[in-house]
Design a protein around this ligand. Structure first.
Ligand SMILES: [Fe+2]
Ligand SMILES: [Fe+2]
Length: 158
């Protein structure tokens, strides 16, 4: 794993509830934790291709926290708003409660569901994570080693 990702993930685990993401399934056999690490790796790959002046620390931290909503979205809960439309806001609220977020990290987390939620990111880092998230969600959902084939038809939420 990239040093910056492992270092940042360890810091988030030490100082907040980041390790709780290991308890929740995201796509196929992948936990939310796996997914967030995949998105951070993909975001760095895209950043290397794009080049230019990017805040890689904020990119990785925002990518790791973009799905910090801290519940199992597969479990129906009538008291919870629609996951696809509202989990980015919930992740942002949880993340700013637990961590000190910079504006780029906030943009990444809040806007990563564009265009499902039709407010686009304001930062290049936000656009990169939005793209990385879609690519990872697709790869994870189609992953051949996903053990829960019978649950894969469920609506997919990056
Ligand atoms: Fe995601
Ligand atoms: Fe998401």
């Amino acid at each position: 794993m990239d040093d910056i990702i492992s270092r940042t993930a360890a810091e988030l685990e030490r100082t907040g509830r980041f390790s709780e993401l290991k308890r929740f399934r995201q796509h196929g056999c992948h936990t939310v934790y796996d997914h967030c690490l995949n998105v951070a790796r993909e975001a760095l790959r895209i950043a290397d291709r794009v080049g230019g002046k990017l805040d890689r620390e904020a990119l990785v931290r925002g990518a790791l926290l973009h799905d910090y909503f801290l519940y199992d979205w597969h479990e129906p809960d009538p008291n919870r708003p629609n996951h696809a439309f509202h989990h980015a806001r919930m992740a942002w609220e949880n993340a700013r409660r637990d961590y000190n977020l910079g504006p780029t990290e906030e943009d990444i987390i809040r806007r990563h569901m564009f265009p499902v939620v039709p407010i686009p990111p304001r930062t290049a880092e936000g656009w990169i994570v939005t793209a990385a998230d879609k690519a990872c969600a697709l790869k994870e959902t189609l992953s051949r080693n996903a053990p829960n084939k019978d649950t894969e038809h469920q609506e997919d939420n990056p």
